[in-house]
Design a protein around this ligand. Structure first.
Ligand code: COA
Length: 142
């Protein structure tokens, strides 16, 4: 029989104090994280963390878009052992609420076509599919 334990989870905006911890965690899993977070289109107030006690269990972030009135979602990730408890969904709901409260008109998101978990979440949140680009490559004979 599967047992479930209730854990107090907080989804809150990322603070300056979180930066060092999050960078360390991301660097362990995603080399190059610091380079990405120093890009000028990162929106620090739209960076959300899910925290259980003093453990970071998930992240989701928003980026400025070149399209007026639009924000783009960046990586959403949940620690493996915390998955399937609605944490990614909660993070994305929180970030969409933020975008709405800041008077943005749209949020754009993208995922790999085989990421069924993220597709289920985005469908559930009401994202509509946009026409996709197919990339072609022609190699010249030398
Ligand atoms: C994708 C990811 C963020 C989902 O996190 P999560 O906290 O487990 O997701 P949630 O618990 O909020 O899931 C919400 C819904 O998504 C769907 N879903 C999530 N994981 C699923 C799985 N393994 N299989 C099928 N559906 C799944 C379900 O509809 C689920 O609702 P339900 O549990 O009521 O059925 C997590 O698996 C992850 O970190 N993956 C690696 C990073 C990644 O691929 N990020 C996305 C690219 S930006």
């Amino acid at each position: 029989m599967q047992t479930q334990t209730r854990v107090k989870l907080k989804v809150r905006p990322f603070t300056a104090d979180d930066y060092a911890d999050i960078t360390r965690l991301h660097n362990a899993n995603f080399p190059g994280f610091r380079t990405r977070t120093s890009r000028p289109n990162l929106l620090p107030t739209g960076y959300f963390v899910a925290v259980a006690g003093d453990e970071y269990v998930g992240v989701s972030n928003l980026w400025l878009s070149p399209v007026a009135g639009e924000l783009r979602t960046g990586t959403t990730g949940v620690q493996r052992e915390w998955r399937r408890r609605g944490i990614a969904l909660a993070l994305k709901v929180r970030s969409l609420e933020f975008a709405n409260m800041q008077a943005y008109l749209r949020a754009a998101t993208a995922h790999k076509t085989n990421n069924h978990r993220m597709i289920a979440i985005n469908d559930r949140l009401g994202f509509s599919k946009q026409p996709a680009y197919v990339h072609y490559l022609k190699t010249f004979e030398t």
